[in-house]
Design a binder for this molecule. Structure first.
Ligand SMILES: [Zn+2]
Length: 386
């Protein structure tokens, strides 16, 4: 039994999440002892449970970077132009991604909008679509069609709960001067919606995406086993000081205060099984990040896909959590999403500590190039080629 939203509820058997990380796939190269002494790590089939792969030329550039960054599963965001609101669109998008790189398992999502019906949810589930992403209106890239209130979607959520689909929440409320709502408190103010949804649909699996605050971590912890949370790599490093005046560190939700960052680090160090990696890797052409004007701000988004696994290892090591890497990037998320590994389908990614490795300044050419997070800085881990 767990306490949730001020009342007791039963844990759901289909999403039993042990606090003890099972290790069905041994990692023979991983030395025992203090994390800081590790020089080689083997991770079973890393999974990124929140990534933006875009369309057209940008998709061609960034889709192969999922595998390059060490990942074999990518949970794909639907905020394209136009947004992915139907099963047919999601399947066409998956085919587009598979044509670029067929070696990655792409889990597809729909964009929550008034067009989405309970009938479409049933159809989507039958077609293998995994989740539905909710964007509050206007808070991030391509969210103009986002939601303003959740009640009207309750029939959709009821259908999702029935067929066992996942609801992914961009957990921010829109800024509003009348209520003193702004980008620094938009996430804490959203948490009442998380609790309301969980209370109304206790069996619906919900993921609070890219948490950035201590309040969000604590809110998810108080919920039952059907509520999980993704954490990005960059939010393990950045605080407000890093993005104010530095457009390449600007993303939504913005990085918060040092104590908030510490809460993200603590929950990973703790090995909590409902907190796992969703990179929110979000490429934007370099000109949309670096050439803001008085009437045109810079795009929100940080790009981590091509360096993701070494970057996460680098950060976890920095706060003494390297021994939690496997749970954070593989087993915890896979278990929540019912994508657990078998011996047959497991592909181990081996990383070595190689001293300083400098991250590339950009990927792609000319105006379509993308600048990765940590560009020009050093990472101490590198993937060993197969
Ligand atoms: Zn995102």
């Amino acid at each position: 039994m767990v306490v949730c939203c001020g009342r007791w509820q039963r844990e759901e058997p289909e999403v039993q999440l042990s606090r003890t990380e099972p290790r069905p796939f041994s990692a023979p190269q991983q030395p025992t002892g203090r994390a800081s002494k590790m020089t080689q790590i083997s991770i079973p089939s890393p999974a990124d449970f929140h990534v933006h792969l875009r369309q057209g030329q940008m998709a061609t550039l960034v889709t192969p970077h999922v595998r390059k960054g060490g990942f074999s599963l990518a949970y794909i965001m639907p905020n394209l132009k136009p947004p992915v609101t139907t099963t047919a669109q999601a399947l066409a998008y998956r085919a587009e991604l598979e044509a670029i790189d067929p070696t990655v398992d792409y889990l597809m999502t729909l964009y929550l909008s008034p067009d989405l019906t309970p009938e479409e949810i049933v159809k989507a589930k039958e077609a293998g679509i995994v989740g539905v992403k909710s964007y509050p209106r206007g808070v991030t890239t391509n969210s103009d069609g986002g939601i303003e209130s959740y009640e009207m979607y309750y029939p959709v959520f009821e259908a999702m709960q029935r067929v066992n689909m996942v609801l992914n929440l961009h957990g921010e409320v829109p800024s509003d001067a009348k209520t003193n709502t702004h980008i620094l408190n938009a996430e804490p103010k959203f948490l009442t919606h998380l609790h309301s949804l969980h209370k109304a649909f206790p069996r619906l699996r919900i993921v609070l995406e890219h948490a950035t605050t201590r309040a969000a971590v604590e809110a998810v912890k108080t919920c039952g086993p059907t509520v999980a949370c993704t954490i990005t790599a960059h939010h393990l490093e950045l605080t407000v000081d890093d993005w104010a005046g530095q457009s390449f560190n600007f993303c939504k939700p913005v990085a918060k205060f040092p104590d908030d960052r510490e809460a993200l680090r603590e929950v990973i160090r703790e090995g909590h099984p409902r907190f796992f990696l969703g990179s929110d890797s979000a490429p934007h052409p370099v000109h949309s990040k670096s050439t803001s004007t008085p009437i045109q701000g810079c795009a929100a988004g940080i790009y981590t896909s091509p360096i993701l696994l070494p970057l996460v290892a680098h950060f976890l090591e920095s706060f003494d959590a390297l021994d939690k890497l496997e749970g954070f990037v593989s087993t915890f998320g896979r278990r929540f999403y019912h994508r657990e590994l078998t011996v047959e389908n497991t592909h181990h990614v081996v990383m070595q500590k190689i001293g300083a490795h400098v991250v590339e300044e950009k990927y792609g050419a000319d105006e379509n190039s993308v600048v990765p997070f940590w560009a020009g800085k050093e990472i101490s881990w590198q993937i060993v080629p197969n």
